[in-house]
Design a protein. Structure first.
Length: 314
C-alpha cells in the first residue's frame, strides 16, 4: 500500500541496498533483509497507488548476498537511506528528497542514495546546501550491505500524498518582502515539451507588463526568491512550480495553466499544504497536440486569448 504518513525511522542491521536499475518511469531497487524487501524503501505513484520502484529481482538479491562477482560491498558503521537520486528537477524535489524530514534529524550520519550516476550535479548540491543538508553522501551504483541502515517512509508520494513534516522540512528559505512583479515562468527555451507558440504568447504578456523568466538560467536561491516574493507568478505546468516547496511562504498568487487534464493534483496539494493563493486553469481542449510523448509532448495553443484574458487586469 502507498505510504500515507511517515513511520518512525527503523534501524536495520545488515541491510542490503540494491542500486537503481532502469529509468525514471520504471526501475528496480529497494532495501532488503535477507530476501525480504522493506516496503518503506519503495516508490509509489498515482492516485490509484502503483508501484514504480519495484523490488530488485530475486536472483539479483541472491547474487548480492553471495560470494560471486555480483556480491555486495560491505559497509561498516551507520547510514541513512536517502532513496533514489534522480536528475529530473521536479522528481528530485519531490521524490529524491521525500525523506528529508527524517534525514534532518541525523545531521552527521552519511546518506546513501541509490542512483544510476556516480556524481551529484551542481544544482543538486545547491539544493542540499540551501536545505541545510551537510551530511556526507554516498552514491550507490552497486549492491551494498550496511552494518546499520536507518530507514524512514517517504513523506511525499506523487501526485498528492504529502505530510506536514515534509512540507516544513522542504520550506527552508525565508521569503523576501512582497514586490509588484508579475513573472511568467517560461518553457520556451526548454526542448522537453510545451507550447510551440509560447514565444508569441510571451511577447503579448510583456506588452501587459509581465516579466519573462527562464528559471533554468537562474540559481536555485534566485528562483525561490522570485517565486516567493512576486505579486503574480504564472506559467505552464511544470517542475519550475515545485520550487515553491523550498520557500517558507509564498507571498503572492500563482496561476498554473495545465496542458494535461490530470496534471494539477500535485500543485493543488502543495498550495493547500503551504497555504498560499493559487489558480489552476486547464488548457485541455484548447490546445492542439503536435508531437512527443508523456511530459515531452508539444502543443499549440489554439487561441492566445485563453491565457491573456485570465491574466489581464492583474
Amino acid at each position: 500500500m502507498q505510504p500515507a504518513t511517515p513511520s518512525p525511522m527503523t534501524a536495520l542491521r545488515q541491510a542490503l541496498v540494491m542500486p537503481l536499475r532502469g529509468t525514471l518511469d520504471k526501475f528496480s531497487g529497494g532495501v532488503f533483509q535477507g530476501e525480504d524487501c522493506q516496503p518503506d524503501s519503495l516508490l509509489w505513484r498515482g492516485r490509484k497507488p502503483k508501484l514504480y520502484g519495484l523490488p530488485a529481482p530475486p536472483e539479483a538479491v541472491r547474487e548480492a548476498w553471495g560470494t560471486g562477482e555480483g556480491r555486495a560491498v560491505r559497509l561498516k558503521n551507520s547510514y541513512l537511506f536517502g532513496g533514489y537520486l534522480f536528475r529530473h528537477y521536479g522528481h528530485f524535489l519531490i521524490e529524491t528528497l521525500s525523506r528529508l524530514y527524517a534525514l534532518k534529524q541525523c545531521a552527521h550520519v552519511p546518506i546513501m542514495f541509490s542512483s544510476t550516476h556516480q556524481d551529484i550535479v551542481p544544482w543538486q548540491w545547491d539544493v542540499f546546501k540551501l536545505l541545510g543538508l551537510r551530511n556526507p553522501i554516498l552514491m550507490l551504483t552497486r549492491p551494498a550491505v550496511a552494518d546499520q541502515l536507518m530507514l524512514a517512509a517517504p513523506g511525499f508520494a506523487l501526485p498528492d500524498s504529502v505530510t506536514p513534516e515534509q512540507i516544513e522540512a522542504l520550506g527552508a528559505l525565508p521569503a523576501p518582502p512582497l514586490t509588484d512583479k508579475k513573472i511568467w515562468l517560461s518553457r520556451s527555451s526548454n526542448l522537453g515539451g510545451g507550447l510551440l507558440n509560447e514565444r508569441e504568447l510571451e511577447s503579448r504578456l510583456q506588452a501587459m507588463g509581465w516579466e519573462i523568466v527562464h528559471p533554468q538560467f537562474l540559481s536555485i536561491r534566485k528562483q525561490v526568491a522570485l517565486i516567493a516574493s512576486s505579486a503574480r507568478v504564472a506559467g505552464l505546468d511544470g517542475s519550475a512550480f515545485h520550487t515553491a516547496l523550498l520557500a517558507r511562504e509564498i507571498r503572492g498568487r500563482l496561476t498554473i495553466f495545465c496542458l494535461r487534464s490530470a496534471g494539477a493534483h500535485v500543485y493543488i496539494r502543495i498550495a493547500r499544504m503551504k497555504g498560499f493563493a493559487q489558480d489552476e486553469i486547464s488548457l485541455a481542449g484548447k490546445v492542439t497536440f503536435l508531437a512527443g510523448q508523456g511530459a515531452e509532448r508539444f502543443y499549440r495553443l489554439d487561441d492566445l486569448e485563453v491565457v491573456l484574458e485570465a491574466l489581464r487586469g492583474d
